[in-house]
Design a protein around this ligand. Structure first.
Ligand SMILES: Nc1nc2c(c(=O)[nH]1)N[C@H]1C(S)=C(S)[C@@H](COP(=O)(O)O)O[C@H]1N2
Ligand SMILES: [Mo]
Length: 322
């Protein structure tokens, strides 16, 4: 059976768009469906990266925003981290059991210097930076978050990726003892994500170790989580234990679960609706004492980072390569 056929069957089994309104229901449904064991997530490879020109000034203009920050309290109690449950307040309660130290990251694949490395060593000598980024969840809410951490490229370069490294694959810890959500066979654990190599090397791609100048709380993906501000939030994988340089587009958790709803690229795009809801606007959770009265604002292409990242996708049909 071709991968295309497999995807078609999966959709037929799964989607009844009028009935299944949210991702939690989708998860429950998928848990009941037989696993298809898909090896990859795309039927064909997209065009190769185009060499996007970006001046340092252009890059830096994306590192900050004057928009009102989301309160620390909201950033740390309104979370998606399904390893600790599917409710928004589950992770802040349940993730206390996540032991974030010692922490090691396995880096391998198409690179000259693979290795299993302690987090302190992974970060040693890389200058800490602060970034204020918008985070736009595919569900239609957003925040403005002051992160601390390091540019992803500064960490990746140390492993000397080879010319075969076309993508970077990331994996979250999957430990049933520490993560109660793993009991539910919803997502095909461990949670996985991936970027094309030029996306990963882009100056906006970031590895967060803190927020608001404090160490990253467990519920936000401690001790090390990806932040890709121009993509939907699910690309920003938490609590990373493995980074692999790979030649083929890697399988990713949400894409595996429902490829028609969660693409590999998943750049924020108000012109492409989610099959079950509009992506034109978002509920901005920021600067308010009550997230329930957050403002609804227009969603911007690439989450407002088009000047920095649109060049990465020159020549790509962004509807097809959602
Ligand atoms: N391992 C893992 N990473 C994850 C998720 C998850 O469930 N598990 N949820 C994603 C989603 S859908 C979003 S919107 C962001 C939320 O990050 P935050 O809780 O820090 O705001 O984390 C992403 N990273
Ligand atoms: Mo999300």
């Amino acid at each position: 059976m071709s991968l295309r056929d497999a995807l078609r069957i999966r959709e037929a089994e799964v989607t009844d768009e009028t009935v299944y309104r949210d991702r939690r229901r989708l998860l429950a449904l998928m848990a009941a469906a037989p696993a298809l064991g898909l090896a990859g997530c795309a039927e064909a490879e997209p065009p190769p990266p185009s060499a996007a020109r970006l001046t340092p000034e252009q890059a830096r203009s994306g590192f900050r925003t004057d928009e009102a920050l989301t309160r620390y309290e909201d950033i740390t109690t309104y979370n998606n981290f399904y390893e600790f449950g599917t409710g928004k307040s589950d992770p802040s309660r349940a993730a206390k059991t996540l032991r974030t130290s010692p922490w090691t990251v396995e880096v391998g694949g198409e690179c000259a210097k693979p290795g299993r490395i302690a987090l302190e060593d992974l970060l040693r000598g890389v200058v800490d930076e602060a970034r204020i980024y918008r985070l736009r969840c595919v569900e239609g809410w957003s925040m403005v978050i002051p992160w601390n951490g390091v540019p992803l490229a500064s960490v990746l370069r140390r492993f000397e990726p080879t010319s075969k490294a076309k993508y970077v694959a990331f994996t979250t810890l999957a430990d049933r003892e520490q993560m109660p959500g793993l009991r539910f066979r919803s997502i095909n654990w461990p949670y996985r994500e991936g970027l094309r190599i030029d996306e990963a090397m882009h100056p906006l791609a970031f590895l967060a170790t803190g927020l608001y100048g404090k160490p990253l709380p467990q519920q936000n993906g401690a001790p090390l989580r990806l932040v890709v501000p121009w993509k939907y939030g699910f690309k920003s994988i938490k609590s990373i234990v493995e980074i692999r340089f790979v030649e083929r587009m890697p399988a990713t958790a949400w894409n595996q679960l429902q490829p028609s709803e969660y693409g590999f690229f998943s750049n924020v795009n108000p012109a492409v609706d989610h099959p079950r809801w509009s992506q034109k606007t978002e509920r901005r959770i920021a600067g308010t004492s009550n997230r329930l009265i957050a403002n609804r604002i227009d969603t911007l292409p690439f989450n407002g980072y088009a000047d920095q990242v649109a060049g990465l996708y020159a020549g790509m049909d962004l509807r097809r390569w959602y």
